[in-house]
Design a protein around this ligand. Structure first.
Ligand code: FAD
Ligand code: UDP
Length: 388
């Protein structure tokens, strides 16, 4: 009998596995349908020996000291401040838009103060900021919106920015300073030995068993458990009873080139001229020295693994119907980007998992340490799994 069955070995599942095992002395089984832990943050050494992120660039940043301190138990860090360039009108310019972006694009030499005045003069007035188009045109006007945001967003989401919640493009600020960092969070760093190594250490607790290549449906009737923590898609859990929640997917084209550097920035965004949205060069993110370089192109698509919940009012309303069902199940906890249908960054998922643990503790107190209890191996027989 397990105390917890946890579906998904990404941030949500792994943080909760570690918490309930370490703090509650609970016996935990983590299953993941993929052949690896770490969820979308999974990284590995490719054939050339370069550390790459299988599911696109994952850059850690947070303002939460609590989240940063918690993860620091499982990894040392490499300080890293992310920078992005956008390919616009045949030039590579800083993204987010800042004073240098404007000056380079238009051949100007405006001061930061003048850039502020310039943006104010071209901004469109909007009565209310509801959509992703409103956010941008009310700040930088239509021309810059079209150069940097409209087509990138159409590619990324298969939707016009006017159809998406304001929060999507609001993730990317506009600056009148010369600060060219993508993020301004207090903590910005990459796990020194990569994400997967950090997850290895999180899941190394003797009370945690991990089964890969195992879907929830393979074990749900085979394993006995008290509580379920589900980090997969919430609509899948309920057999799509209210219909499918839409997700946006990506196709990743990983390449290795026999040259030291491929591009002049860690990430180059392509708002307009290509089917892909961005190219990432991994050595920049990880600091690895290597005579070759590995990169990834991201091609957004409709079908495939569910990477992005799509922030639109009708999807939020559909999610609320699933959440109402979820709330009727006191022994099932829905956590993470897919299970709560939220466009969350890694740190937000860690924070959500830590909050969930605090709630779980209230209803399910820690077990006393039992020295006679050893973790038996899980036996996979022809019929399923026997938990000893
Ligand atoms: P996941 O990482 O998706 O983990 C869920 C796991 O559950 C998966 O491994 C899946 O295989 C498993 N699973 C699902 N259903 C089942 C089932 N029925 N049975 C068994 N297993 C199941 N965040 C940042 O902070 N910075 C970034 O730079 C960043 N870049 C990103 C780039 C891309 C391209 C993407 C897609 C996301 C990015 N993110 C980034 C977001 C980040 O990936 C997520 O916030 C985080 O990984 C979510 O963790 P999670 O545990 O909720 O979900
Ligand atoms: N975006 C854009 N142009 C860019 C970068 C971002 O239009 O050069 C928009 C796009 O809609 C994107 C959103 O802003 O989905 C959020 O960007 P972010 O870089 O945070 O996306 P993520 O890393 O989550 O894919």
């Amino acid at each position: 009998m397990f105390d917890y069955l946890i579906v998904g070995a990404g941030f949500a599942g792994s943080v909760l596995a570690e918490r309930v095992a370490s703090e509650q002395n609970a016996r935990v089984l983590v299953v993941d349908s993929r052949n690896h832990i770490a969820g979308n943050a999974f990284d590995f050494y490719d054939d050339a020996g370069i550390l790459v992120h299988k599911y696109g660039p994952h850059i850690f940043h947070t303002n939460s000291e609590k989240v940063f301190q918690y993860l620091s138990r499982f990894t040392a860090w490499r300080p890293y401040e992310h920078r992005v360039k956008a390919s616009v009108d045949g030039q590579l310019v800083p993204m987010p838009i800042n004073a240098d972006t404007i000056n380079k694009l238009y051949g100007l030499r405006l001061t930061c103060h003048e850039v502020d005045a310039y943006l104010t003069s071209i901004a469109e007035t909007r009565d209310s900021i509801t959509t992703s188009e409103d956010v941008v045109v009310s700040r930088v006007g239509r021309e810059l919106y079209e150069k940097f945001f409209r087509n990138y967003t159409r590619k990324q989401w298969g939707l016009d920015p006017s159809e998406l919640d304001a929060a999507v493009t609001a993730r990317v600020p506009v600056r009148t300073s010369r600060d060219d960092r993508y993020f301004t969070d207090k903590f910005q760093a990459m796990p020194l030995h990569g994400y997967t190594r950090m997850f290895d250490r999180m899941l190394a607790h003797p009370k945690i068993s991990v089964m890969l290549n195992t879907h929830y449906k393979d074990v749900k009737n085979e394993v006995r458990f008290r509580e379920l923590i589900f980090t997969g898609p919430v609509d899948e859990y309920f057999d799509y009873c209210y219909g499918k929640l839409p997700y946006r997917s990506l196709r990743f084209d990983h390449q290795t080139h026999d040259q030291d550097r491929y591009q002049t920035a860690p990430v180059v965004n392509y708002p307009n001229e290509h089917a892909y949205t961005r190219i990432t060069e991994f050595k920049d993110l990880t600091g690895q020295k290597h005579r070759k370089t590995s990169i990834v192109f991201e091609y957004p698509c409709a079908d495939g693994a569910p990477y992005y919940p799509i922030p639109q009012p009708q999807n939020a309303a559909l999610y609320q119907r699933y959440k109402a069902l979820a709330d009727t199940l006191p022994h099932v906890h829905f956590v993470g980007r897919l299970a709560t249908y939220k466009y969350y960054n890694m740190d937000q998922v860690v924070a959500q998992a830590l909050r969930t643990f605090e709630k779980i503790k209230e209803t399910s107190p820690a077990k006393a340490e039992r020295h006679d209890e050893t973790v038996e191996p899980i036996v996979l027989n022809g019929h399923g799994i026997e938990a000893a």
